[in-house]
Write a protein that binds this ligand. Structure first.
Ligand code: DLL
Length: 431
C-alpha cells in the first residue's frame, strides 16, 4: 500500500531528474531571497547556475546549526513573513534555539510525507493513533498529528506523561498505534508489567513509531517482545520538518528517506568530503521542496549510512541505517571513543537487565553504569545480582574496551524521562 504511489515508486532516473529540477529551483530561491545564502555562495565562488548535475552539490557550502542560531529568529526566510503560517523550534545545548518556518504548502507537504510513512507501516484510516509526544514547539506532536489526520486516522492527542491516563485512553478508545520516544516506551513497558497488563491480550495495540532519539536494535527487540507489537523506527529533525524525513516500511530494514523532498549525502564528519554508499558518516540533507525556509546541505551531526539496495516493498527511495548516534554524543574515557549506543546494545541484550539505565561519567578515567534489573529477576539471592553485575562488566569491557563500574538498581528507581531521555550524566570537571 502506498499513499502517493507515483512519487514513492519513481524509477531512479526520473527521481534523480526531479531532484535536479527541484534542487536548481531551491538554489535560485535561496540565492535570490536569503542574504545569508547569497553571501555564503559568493564566498565559495558559486552561483545557482554552477549546478549542472546532482554531484555539483559538493561545490556548495554547508549550513550548520550555528548558522541557524546566528540567523535566529527569521534570517533564513525565503518568503514574506505573511506567507508563513507556523513555526517550530528546537533547542541545542547552548545558545539560541533554531527556528524553522512553514508556509501552507510546506505544511501540506509535510503532512503528506507523514501519511506516506504511516501507510508504509500498514496504517489505514481504521487505525487509532495515540500521539504520546509533546505538543508545542516540538515537532513530534503537531507534525505527526496533521499527517495522521491527512491519512484519516483517529488521533488521540494525549501528549506525554500521566502514564495511567495513557493506559486508560488505550483501553477506552482501542488505540492500535503509538507514537512515542523509545525511552518513554521502555518506561511504559515496565509500567505495563508493574500493573499486570498484558498489552497483547488486554489492549488492541499493533504497532508503535519510535524516534526523536537514538536507540538500538536490541531495544527494539525487547520492546516488541514485551509489548507484543511491531516497532518502526522514525527519523527526523526540526530543521527538516520534524518527523517524516525517514521511516521504516514493513520490511523494517532501514528507513526510507523521501528523496523527492530531501537530497541525501553522507560525508566524513572531519573533512566534509562525500563518502560512498554503505559507508558510515554524517548525514547531510538539503530540502528541495520547501518554500518558507529551504536549507542547503545541513550538517545533521547524525551518523548513519545509505543503503541503496532496492527494497522489496517497491519504494525506490534509498534507506538509511539506524542512526549510530550523534557526532556530539561521543565521549572519551581513558582515551577511548565511546558512543552511548554501544553501551545500550550490551545492556539490552543481557537477560535480567531491566528497562532503564544511566551512564555517569565520573572523570576522564572512570564511568559508572547504573542499570535496573528486571522485575522478578531478584528472588532474594544476592548471588544472582553479583553474577549479573559480573556478566555486564565483562560484556561491556569487550564492547567498549574500558572496564566500567556497574551499579544495579531496583526496577523503577532510576529517573524516567517522558520526552527525550538524558542517558549520560557528565560529572567530569572542566578545568
Ligand atoms: O526529534 C523530530 C522527531 C519527532 C523525529 C518525532 C522522530 C519522531 P529534534 O528535536 O530537532 O526533532 O531532534 C532531532 O533527534 O538530529 C537525531 O539526533 C535525533 N533523532 C531523531 N529521530 C531519531 C531516530 C525530532 N529515529 C534529532 N534515531 C536528530 C536516532 C534520532 N536519533
Amino acid at each position: 500500500m502506498f499513499w502517493q504511489m507515483e512519487q514513492e515508486t519513481l524509477k531512479r532516473a526520473k527521481l534523480e531528474a526531479l531532484q535536479l529540477k527541484r534542487l536548481k529551483q531551491t538554489l535560485k530561491r535561496v540565492y535570490d531571497n536569503v542574504p545569508f545564502y547569497k553571501k555564503e555562495f559568493t564566498k565559495c565562488k558559486v552561483k545557482p547556475a554552477s549546478l549542472k548535475s546532482l554531484i555539483d552539490i559538493e561545490k556548495f557550502p554547508f549550513t550548520t546549526r550555528e548558522d541557524l542560531q546566528a540567523n535566529y529568529p527569521d534570517g533564513l526566510l525565503a518568503c514574506g513573513r505573511e506567507d508563513i503560517v507556523r513555526l517550530h523550534t528546537s533547542s541545542g545545548t547552548t545558545g539560541k534555539p533554531k527556528a524553522v518556518f512553514f508556509t501552507k504548502a510546506d505544511l501540506d507537504n509535510s503532512a503528506n510525507l507523514i501519511a506516506r510513512c504511516l501507510v508504509a507501516t500498514g496504517c489505514t484510516k481504521h487505525d487509532i493513533l495515540q500521539n504520546m509526544m509533546s505538543y508545542g514547539l516540538f515537532t513530534g506532536g503537531l507534525v505527526m498529528h496533521y499527517g495522521a489526520e491527512k491519512l484519516g486516522m483517529l488521533i488521540i492527542p494525549s501528549a506525554v506523561g500521566n502514564t495511567d491516563r495513557q493506559i486508560m485512553l488505550m483501553k477506552d478508545f482501542g488505540t492500535t498505534t503509538l507514537h512515542l520516544t523509545p525511552s518513554y516506551a521502555l518506561y511504559l513497558a515496565s509500567h505495563f508489567e508493574a500493573k499486570g497488563i498484558n498489552p497483547a491480550k488486554d489492549l488492541k495495540l499493533k504497532r508503535a513509531f519510535m524516534g526523536a532519539e537514538p536507540y538500538t536494535e536490541e531495544t527494539r527487540i525487547r520492546l516488541e517482545s514485551s509489548m507484543g507489537i511491531e516497532v518502526f523506527n522514525s527519523y527526523g529533525l526540526t530543521e527538516m520538518n520534524g518527523p517524516g524525513v525517514a521511516f521504516e516500511c514493513t520490511e523494517k530494514n532501514g528507513m526510507h528517506i523521501w528523496e523527492d523532498n530531501f537530497l541525501v549525502e553522507i560525508v566524513n564528519p572531519e573533512t566534509g568530503k562525500q563518502l560512498p554508499d554503505g559507508e558510515y558518516g554524517e548525514l547531510v540533507l538539503t530540502t528541495i521542496n520547501r518554500e518558507g525556509m529551504p536549507i542547503i546541505r545541513y550538517r545533521t551531526r547524525d551518523i548513519t549510512a545509505i543503503d541503496p539496495i532496492r527494497c522489496s516493498c517497491g519504494r525506490t527511495h534509498v534507506r538509511i541505517k539506524r542512526i549510530h548516534g550523534r557526532a556530539d554524543d561521543m565521549f572519551i574515557i581513558r582515551g577511548v571513543n565511546i558512543y552511548p549506543q554501544q553501551i545500550e546494545q550490551v545492556l539490552m541484550s543481557v537477560n535480567g537487565v531491566g528497562k532503564n539505565y544511566q551512564i555517569v561519567l565520573e572523570s576522564s578515567e572512570d564511568m559508572t553504569i547504573k542499570v535496573e534489573f528486571s522485575k522478578g529477576y531478584f528472588d532474594g539471592n544476592l548471588d544472582n545480582l553479583k553474577s549479573l553485575r559480573g556478566t555486564l562488566v565483562e560484556k561491556l569491557k569487550a564492547a567498549i574496551l574500558v572496564r566500567p563500574k556497574v551499579e544495579l538498581a531496583e526496577p523503577g528507581t532510576l529517573p524516567v524521562s517522558e520526552g527525550k531521555s538524558k542517558r549520560v550524566i557528565d560529572n567530569r570537571r572542566v578545568y
